[in-house]
Design a protein around this ligand. Structure first.
Ligand code: FE2
Length: 137
């Protein structure tokens, strides 16, 4: 999963954090490609999922603060989308991944990668016209 300039929203903080999110998602993809039932890197995948959860919370908080500062009219809806994703990440219970790990992780990863990509590409692009060149907090 590669971040490129076409995904830039034009705010230094947000763009940097989006790049970090993409890089964590890429770590998950890479780990998953090397996954095998016998000699698995399951613990490492869970560790990165937790890292993704924590970083996502930090990023959403920063992004929402910036959008509040510029009075972005779509903020309430945007926050709801963020909350839904956080809820999804919170619901990932390690115990639930005990059965059919491979398929569960595959579905999980597909969802996470898809969500981040379509959110950054679609939902986030809606606030670009509202961002001044530089937002100082
Ligand atoms: Fe967002």
């Amino acid at each position: 999963m590669i971040w490129d300039e076409s995904l830039a929203v034009g705010n230094e903080i947000i763009d940097h954090q989006h790049q970090q999110l993409f890089s964590i998602a890429t770590q998950l993809e890479t780990l998953f490609e090397a996954y095998s039932e016998t000699d698995d890197n399951y613990d490492e995948i869970i560790r990165i999922l937790i890292k993704l959860h924590l970083y996502t919370m930090k990023h959403f908080e920063a992004e929402e603060k910036i959008l509040e500062a510029v009075d972005f009219p779509g903020l309430a809806m945007h926050k709801k989308e963020h909350q839904r994703f956080i809820l999804f990440l919170e619901r990932i219970k390690v115990e639930a991944i005990e059965t059919d790990r491979y398929q569960t992780l595959l579905d999980l990863l597909a969802y996470v990668v898809n969500w981040i990509m379509s959110h950054v590409k679609g939902t986030d692009s809606a606030y670009v016209p509202y961002l001044p060149c530089e937002v100082k907090l």
